[in-house]
Design a protein around this ligand. Sequence first.
Ligand SMILES: NC(=O)c1ccc[n+]([C@@H]2O[C@H](COP(=O)([O-])OP(=O)(O)OC[C@H]3O[C@@H](n4cnc5c(N)ncnc54)[C@H](O)[C@@H]3O)[C@@H](O)[C@H]2O)c1
Length: 317
Amino acid sequence: MVVLVIGGAGFIGSSLVRELSKEEEVVVYDLLTYAGRTENLQGVKHVLVKGDVASRELHDVVEKYSPHTVINLAAETHVDRSIYSPENFVRTNVLGALNVLEASRRFGFRYVHVSTDEVYGEECADEQAPLNPSSPYSASKASADLLVKAYVRTYSLDAFIVRPSNNYGPRQYPEKMIPKAVIRTLLGMSVPVYGDGKQERDWIYVEDTAKVISTLAREGRKGEVYNLPGNNVVNNLELLRTLGEVMGVEIRLKFVNDRPGHDRRYCMRNTKLNYHVTPLREGLERTVRWYRENRWWWEPLIKDRFFLEDEPWREGR
Ligand SMILES: NC(=O)c1ccc[n+]([C@@H]2O[C@H](COP(=O)([O-])OP(=O)(O)OC[C@H]3O[C@@H](n4cnc5c(N)ncnc54)[C@H](O)[C@@H]3O)[C@@H](O)[C@H]2O)c1
């Protein structure tokens, strides 16, 4: 019995593969872009096939391994990059999802589509709420979600959608807020704060997300939407203050221009699932420890402009 995890070499994907591989045969299909790294899967039992979610090769891989379930996490995921250069987001996040849906129509596997709370925009949202995305990233994720719904309705596909809130934890690429703040502080650099820093996010520890998706892969119901909030809502300044306490240093803040279209808050409600959420401070302690102990993992990545720049979405700087 095989589970195919598309995007399984990324941050959430590799945590999910760790969880799934305890009980299942896992095949990872991943293009290994800048965010997907074989290092993320070191010591984890899996088969890796390199490939593009939007290509027909995916169908060959499905034919070869006959997975009963396919979980799709493959995506371009960084909002700043989507402002800088949006096209790839549509190709991977929309056409990629369409390709998985087509493969599911052809081969009949169960499809777990991983989306995001960002599709709802700033309004508080339960699972029925309308989609109101603000960035090219969240618009591409919302587009894919609509395709999943259409395929369930039109072709009666066994598919459903999971929408986690902001994840953090080990192996997150240093472009993202928490690893960027931790690593820049370890290197003695300041940490950029977009706008007034009062934007609210709801943080969930990545292993909590992995456990829920792993359970849903068995128990999720066709056509459902599952919201997966972390129940740890803080604004960015509060988050950086707590992070500084955990690191035992004062994080040097640098206020910079706000990024265009920046949502003031995400506010997602879960009315369907029961799951454990790690308290924010505990999750941050584990995360900081991991980045302190695994410099080898992040040192090759810090030349990336989305780590180094204070306003990296800006063109031509
Ligand atoms: N990280 C978060 O806070 C968060 C929150 C909610 C939802 N999500 C969603 O969860 C999923 C995983 O996010 P993540 O943070 O692990 O992302 P990530 O950027 O760390 O990893 C993305 C993975 O997808 C792979 N990939 C990219 N383009 C591909 C392509 N064309 N074909 C095959 N593989 C490709 C990359 O190589 C990488 O392994 C995404 O769908 C994202 O939208 C993430």
